[in-house]
Design a protein. Structure first.
Length: 226
């Protein structure tokens, strides 16, 4: 493997649309801000905003701090953008992803199932759970799932019982380790749909039917839950 493939592109070019908006909100704030403030400014669910903020911290583009406060009580966690010149540098998150997916594939008895399970947990975490009294139908379930997928960078296009995914955030890794990466994505969709109590599930994921297109096939469960 050449050195070029081991080094990620500059972080400013590698960010997806949602994460770039979160970073822009941090930079425009001028002072440390909390998760909820960022979520409201960019129009994301708080858990999704926290996911992107933590990603920016991991990329060296933001810093996580405890809020300075004089009042009693536990201080909130706040985030602040790091100056662009200080954030520059070579990183290899793609290499790390390749190493970790390889570790799972080689050391877990059923890596696909393990990835699905992990994806379901993250899907439930990222979903915006509706109030207990709200009845969620298929259309709203698809809308809520599409919101999470869009925030994660999949560029979804809903259409009946199939969601067209126009962008894979982990395409290069998925081409090498489809069982792990696609299993993770399938589980994530199932977790979201379960968390929002939608009467459907993600039945299967059809990867790379075209170079930049995957198909997520949904199936009604017949269960309507409050």
């Amino acid at each position: 493997m050449s050195e070029q493939t081991l080094t990620d592109p500059p972080a400013s070019r590698a960010l997806g649309e949602s994460r770039a908006r979160v970073l822009a909100a941090l930079r425009s704030a001028g002072s440390p801000v909390a998760v909820q403030d960022v979520a409201e400014q960019v129009g994301l669910h708080a858990n999704t905003a926290r996911f992107h903020l933590d990603g920016l911290v991991g990329s060296g583009l933001a810093e996580r701090r405890a809020e300075d406060r004089t009042r009693p009580g536990r201080p909130r966690t706040v985030y602040v953008a790091i100056a662009e010149e200080a954030a520059e540098g070579r990183r290899s998150y793609r290499l790390l992803a390749e190493m970790l997916t390889g570790l799972i594939a080689e050391n877990v008895a059923d890596p696909g199932k393990a990835a699905e399970s992990a994806g379901e947990a993250w899907g439930r975490y990222l979903a915006d759970r509706p109030p207990p009294t709200r009845l969620v139908d298929e259309a709203e379930g698809i809308r809520r799932l599409s919101t999470v997928l869009s925030g994660a960078g999949f560029a979804p296009e809903p259409g009946g019982d199939v969601i067209r995914l126009r962008h894979c955030p982990f395409r290069e890794i998925a081409e090498e380790r489809r069982d792990v990466v696609c299993g993770l994505h399938l589980g994530l969709m199932r977790g979201v749909l379960d968390e929002v109590r939608a009467p459907l599930t993600a039945e299967r994921l059809e990867p790379f039917v075209e170079p930049s297109l995957c198909l997520a096939h949904l199936r009604p469960t017949g269960k309507r839950r409050r």
